[in-house]
Design a protein around this ligand. Sequence first.
Ligand code: AMP
Ligand code: MG
Length: 409
Amino acid sequence: MLPLAEAREYVLAGCAPGHPRAVPLGDALGLVTSVDLDAAEPVPPFDNTAMDGFAVRAADTAGASDETPVSLAIAGTLAAGAAPEVAVEPGQAVRIMTGAPMPPGADAVVMVERTTVDDSGATVGVHVTVEPGNHVRRAGDDVRAGERVFPAGTPLEAAHLGVLASVGVRRVPVHPRPRVGVVSTGDELVDGPEALGPGQIRDSNRRMLLALVERVDCTPVDLGRIPDDEAAIAAAFEEGARSCDAVISSGGVSMGDFDYVKVVLDRLGDMRWMQVAIRPAKPLAFGTIDGTPVFGLPGNPVSSLVSFELFARPGLRRMLGHAVLDRPRLLGVTERDLRRRPDGKVHFVRVTARYEDGGFRVRPTGGQGSHQLAATAAANALVVLPDGDGVAAGDAVEVLPLGDVGTLT
Ligand code: AMP
Ligand code: MG
C-alpha cells in the first residue's frame, strides 16, 4: 500500500496551474491572480468627509464647547457626489454629508451631533474644538496611486473584488477556472425517477462530485453515466479529456472490478493504479489522457467523497494556482472512544466538530461504512486516526474539516 503523502504528491505532480488569462471581475471570484496588480488610481480619489456634519476651518473652532459654542455662517450644502461650489471662508461652515468632497478652505469636519443650527438656518453653533484633519478621509489613504494592491498568487475573495473595482479594474489576469468533467461508471446505476429494477441503485456520486467541484471554484461539467461497455467508456473519457481541463470518474477502480474502466483508461492514457494506505478510499487511479488529468475515484459514495477531499480537491486547487492546497488540520478532543484495529492504514472517521471552551470537541455521526453517505452528510469533519488501536474518550485527535472552518459550530 502507498502512503497517503506519496499518493498525494503523485497526483499533485500531474496537476499544473492553467495558462493565465484576463477575465471580467464578475467571473473572478475564487480565482487566483497570475500577476502583481498595481493601482492606477488612488482610493479614496479625493479628500472627503467621514461624517455628516459641517466642514469648517479648524482654527475657527478654537475654544468652542457646550458652554461657549462658536457661531459660524452656513455658506452652503454638499451632498455625496456633488462638486464643491463654494469655499469655506473664515467664520463660515458648509453643511456636508458622508462621502462628499471637502470644500476648498475647510480642513476639518464637525459631526452633526456636536452642532446646533439656529432657527433661521443661517448659522450653526459648533460645540467642540476640533483639530485639522478631524473626520477627513484623505485621498489615497486606502490605496495610493501606483501602490501594489495584490501580489501574483492572491486568491480573489469578495473584498479583493471590491478593492479591484475601487481602483477601476475591469478584467483581472488569473489562472482560468478549470472545467471539470464528472462521469459515473457502473451497470447498476440508475439516473432517472424510474422504479429500481433488480440489483439497481441510484447514482448518488455524480450529483455529489459535481457539487464538490463547484465548491472548489471550478466549473462542473456533467459527462453523464456510462454503462459497462468498452466503447461507451472510451467515448466518454475521450470526450471529457478533449472538452475539459480535468476529468473525475467514480467506480471501476477497485481490484477485481468487472467493468472496463481499467482496460479503457490504460489504453487511452498514462494511468497509475494505486492502493493508498487509508480507509475509506483505498483504491485510486490517477493519470493523464493527452495531458488532461484524470482522477479515478472509488465507487462507494463515502470513499468517493473522501478521495475527492484528499486528492482531487488539492489537485484542482493546484490547477487554480493556489499555494495553499489543503484545509487546515485542527486539534480536537474526542467525546467518544474511537476504536479501530491495526491494518497499516490511516482511518478517517466521520464526525461532527463543534467549537467549545477554546477547542474543538468531536463525536462520530453514526454508520462508518463506506456506503453510508447519510452519516457523512451529517458530519462536518473527519478525525484522522493513525494506524493502531484508536483513541479513548478525552484523547486529543487530529481533525480535518470538510468545509470552511466557520462551519464547525
Ligand atoms: P466500484 O468502485 O465500481 O467497485 O463500486 C463500489 C460500490 O460503489 C458498489 O457498491 C457500487 O454499486 C457503488 N457505486 C459505484 N458508483 C456509484 C455511484 N455513482 N453512486 C452510488 N453508488 C455507486
Ligand atoms: Mg463498478
